[in-house]
Design a protein around this ligand. Structure first.
Ligand code: D5M
Ligand code: FE
Ligand code: ZN
Length: 474
């Protein structure tokens, strides 16, 4: 098994730095000769060995897009897809589906044995072996190591991540119910697997985003909260005017379209529209003011009128009387192809769970948490916390296929990051700080929209706070 520090040293001998993804790639391949072959390919003027220098690894886009493709296509999460929860047995099917999908993604990179085989067969004792399991339990030992219990369909095993190990940082971020692979050595009594390497399903190293072959601009927003006394109407209207004069063809809204009713104690004192129909009607009127050429995708969030359990159904028709034909209602989450560019829209309830579970995670840096979602290929890995999950025959919260853009909201703080060719956007809000957020010390960044040119996928942040000049039309 190759060790991270030895790999770094080998590159330093050649006066080269090495990108972390290259290190992970070499460890996963477990091929020492790869190091020399990479070094050979780094041009003399280059100081950092990166993925483009790895032989045999070509960046590639998934699949084909056809010229005849519709401009907007709901790939996943079309309305009426989310099913009612029928019985408890569905949860077994649900977790089996999660395990099958995510372990399938990992399996190509780690030759895993069923957990039960480790106990049954002596050939694994004190030898290097690999398993793929769901995290059934995770805790810190008295000595500061991490002990996880991994479960697959055949059994469970305890896995120890040593705090002195260079990959311990990733082990500290393990959360309940995520699916991981582990390569390690089985103890002589077969009670414990000493972990050497942790595999997450992750985004393939080779992933390259598709970009549209024709012009098109999209605006991404979230958390409008119409009906709340902190909804920023003036700023919204200036955004609306700006949109009307812009070249934007698509507007994507990632949930919390309205403030809702009875979402938190005492909400009735903070509503200007105390009727849910009026709230949706008002938003419908705002959206109808926009040019009909703009296609609007509306997804729900935890303040919307539908059930909280994810996947959340689309806003029902009875609330859509004031909405024009250019509005498309989708579920949460939903994968929408915009001129062939896949946008995964997810409101982001699971931020409330992940922020408590991942060391160093914070509401201010929601863009980092999107990267954690991508590494796990799951929008809400841990079951039974603040994010309600509705069981189904398939796990709709699995991130598959890999999108070009992950678009979330909920946190009310704008954030943008990139991870292995995926652009992560947390779209902020159109509501100023609420009493609840003051108590929680959450400082929102309201009245901003992220605008993208679909041919380049370069994000531009446009600020509509009344103190700021309205941006030039794009
Ligand atoms: O969420 C608005 C903000 O409040 C967002 O930053 C998340 C935070 N929030 C919401 N619910 C909770 C819970 N239950 N715990 C901690 N923080 C939370 P919104 O969905 O608009 O109310
Ligand atoms: Fe919100
Ligand atoms: Zn929310």
């Amino acid at each position: 098994m190759l060790v991270k520090s030895a790999i770094i040293e080998r590159f330093l001998d050649e006066k080269l730095q090495v990108h972390p993804d290259v290190i992970t790639y070499i460890i996963e391949r477990d091929d020492t000769s790869l190091i020399d072959r990479i070094i050979e390919r780094v041009p003399s003027e280059c100081l950092v060995a990166s993925l483009c220098h790895v032989p045999g690894l070509c960046l590639s886009r998934d699949g084909f897009r056809f010229l005849g493709d519709p401009e907007i296509e709901v790939v996943l999460g079309r309305e009426q897809t989310a099913k009612p929860i029928d019985n408890v047995g569905d949860y077994v099917t649900y977790f089996n589906n999660r395990y099958t999908t995510l372990s399938g993604i990992i399996r190509g990179r780690c030759n895993a044995a069923p957990i039960e085989a480790l106990f049954r067969n002596d050939r694994y004792t004190q030898e290097e072996c690999a398993i793929i399991g769901m995290i059934a339990d995770i805790r810190t030992t008295a000595n500061g190591h991490r002990m996880a219990q991994l479960e697959d369909r055949t059994g469970t095993i305890n896995v120890l991540f040593n705090r002195a190990h260079s990959e311990f940082g990733e082990a500290e971020k393990l959360v309940h119910d995520e699916v991981v692979g582990v390569k390690g050595t089985l103890s002589s009594e077969k009670t414990l697997l000493f972990a050497d390497h942790l595999f997450r399903p992750d985004i393939p190293f080779s992933h390259q985003p598709y970009m549209s072959d024709r012009p098109g601009k999209v605006a991404l927003i979230s958390d409008i909260h119409v009906g709340s006394n902190t909804f920023l109407e003036e700023e919204w209207l200036s955004f609306s005017d700006w949109l009307s004069d812009s070249e934007i063809s698509y507007l994507l809204i990632a949930g919390d379209m309205v403030d809702g009713i009875g979402i938190y104690p005492g909400q009735e004192h903070e509503l200007t529209l105390p009727n849910i129909y009026e709230q949706y009607d008002r938003l419908g009127e705002y959206l109808s003011d926009l040019p009909s050429r703009i296609k609007i995708i509306c997804a729900p969030g935890n303040h919307d009128v539908v059930r909280g359990a994810e996947p959340q159904p689309a806003i029902p028709e009875q609330f859509r009387k004031k909405y024009s034909k250019n509005c498309v209602f989708v579920e949460n989450p939903a994968m929408v192809s915009v001129q062939g560019v896949k946008v995964l829209m997810y409101h982001g309830r699971s931020y409330d769970d992940l922020i408590g579970m991942i060391p160093g995670a914070s509401y201010e840096e929601s863009d980092d948490i999107m990267i954690e979602m991508l590494k796990r290929r799951h929008l809400s890995p841990s079951y039974g916390r603040k994010t309600p999950i509705a069981a189904a025959t398939d796990d709709r919260l699995v991130i598959d296929p890999v999108p070009e853009i992950l678009h979330t909201g909920h946190v009310h703080i704008l954030g943008v990051s990139h991870y292995r060719g995926v652009l992560c956007i947390n779209a902020g809000t159109w509501q100023s700080q609420t009493t609840f957020q003051k108590q929680m010390n959450i400082n929102p960044t309201p009245a901003k929209a992220v605008v993208l040119d679909l041919m380049t996928l370069k994000p531009v942040i446009c600020d509509f706070m009344s103190t700021e000049p309205t941006p030039e039309p794009i």
